[in-house]
Design a protein around this ligand. Structure first.
Ligand SMILES: *Cc1c(COP(=O)(O)O)cnc(C)c1O
Length: 373
């Protein structure tokens, strides 16, 4: 719980309290109707989430990792294929490529936005490349113009990983509407979070949507019909009902995050040693995370912890350097930007319910670190 001089990293309970009546009623209605798996709440969420993006098909599923896996299965990824993924992301983005027998090919980050550096893509393409997964990391859209031009030129698909970027825009266009398909997570801590696991895929392609639905539901569109072997990945009614409530508040919560981010950037400007996050021109971040950089990141994090400020490192080891990819023998000089970022990044608390007082506490604590150095 929030006490005066403690700033949590996120405060999911504060969000629940702000909409308690609506959430409790939604949960009660799921129990009343016994609509635990699929049913009206899931249908409503799929159609509202699709409509919000002005896209024909929304396929809900168990979580954001499954949504990547299901989408790539439908896109026809097979053993031996190569898929370009960012060096800097959560491991879902690359592990799902490997789970289909394909090889994730890592692309280094752009130094100022943490997203894929499109100038490196031409070096990564081979005759085996079938697709690319841009991640809108920390809530900031990747450079979609450059990525779409590259994908068109090489006739490969684009699967947007929007797990951290609900409602973010690139040149005014919502993320999740650029690629052949896009993947979302509703993990509780995400900008649109369920009270458990949930995920979804968006696509304009009817055939692709059918393949996804089939694969996610044991390989058939109707019960007992199994055209292929599939998996079981579905959003449950409780999560859908909660998400339906939260969807109505998402635009406001997003604005709140944007206000918090602006405030941070104002308060942090000019503090020696601190590099605040940068958003590229014509991109609008939804600030899933507010990530600063500092040369002595670990010492700063320790100092903040002592002052009651919670921070997180997202992520301490870039994907190419994880033990999971040790057999690939990646070296720091192969991904110099991601390698530099991994030791310098620090995520500060940010969430819609955060008060200005809390933000000031965070900044004050950062300032005292400087004077103690
Ligand atoms: C959270 C996340 C996922 C996975 O979502 P889950 O719902 O936790 O499976 C995938 N990609 C990125 C970039 C994420 O942040």
């Amino acid at each position: 719980m929030t006490t005066q001089n403690f700033v949590p990293f996120v405060d999911l309970h504060a969000q629940y309290l702000s909409i308690k009546g609506e959430v409790d009623a939604a949960i009660a209605s799921v129990i009343r109707d016994s609509s635990f798996i699929r049913g009206p709440h899931v249908d409503a969420f799929e159609s509202d989430f699709a409509a919000m993006h002005n896209i024909e098909h929304c396929i809900s599923c168990g979580n954001g990792t499954d949504s990547l896996y299901i989408a790539m299965h439908a896109l026809g990824v097979k053993p031996g294929d190569e898929v370009i993924v960012p060096a800097h992301s959560w491991i879902s983005t690359s592990e799902t490529v490997s789970q289909l027998g394909a090889v994730p090919i890592f692309c280094d980050s752009d130094a100022s936005t943490f997203t894929i550096d499109p100038t490196l893509l031409d070096q990564l393409i081979t005759s085996k490349t079938v697709g690319i997964i841009p991640v809108h990391l920390y809530g900031q859209p990747a450079d979609m113009d450059a990525i779409m031009v590259f994908a068109k030129k090489h006739k490969i698909w684009v699967l947007e990983d929007c797990a951290q970027a609900h409602l973010a825009t690139y040149k005014g266009q919502l993320v999740g509407t650029f690629g052949n398909a896009s993947s979302f997570s509703f993990y509780p801590g995400k900008n649109l979070g369920a009270m458990g696991d949930a995920g979804a895929i968006l696509t304009r392609d009817k055939k692709l949507a059918e393949k996804m639905v089939m694969f996610a539901r044991h390989g058939g569109l109707t019960k007992g019909d199994h055209q292929i072997e599939g998996i079981n990945s579905r959003m449950d009614g409780m999560q859908a009902a909660i998400l339906n409530v939260k969807l109505k508040h998402l635009a406001y919560w997003t604005e709140r995050r944007q206000t918090c981010a602006e405030k941070y950037s104002l308060l942090l400007a000019g503090i020696p040693g601190i590099t605040p996050p940068q958003v590229a021109l014509s991109r609008k971040s939804v600030w899933h995370l507010y990530v600063i950089q500092h040369n002595r990141r670990d010492a700063l994090a320790k100092h903040l912890k002592r002052q009651g400020i919670a921070t997180v490192v997202n992520y301490p080891i870039a994907l190419p350097f994880l033990p999971a990819y040790a057999e690939r023998f990646h070296k720091p000089e192969h991904f110099p930007v991601a390698h530099r970022h991994q030791s310098r990044i620090l995520s500060l608390p940010i969430y819609p319910e955060m008060s200005e007082h809390q933000q000031k506490l965070v900044v004050k604590a950062i300032k005292t670190y400087r004077t103690q150095e």
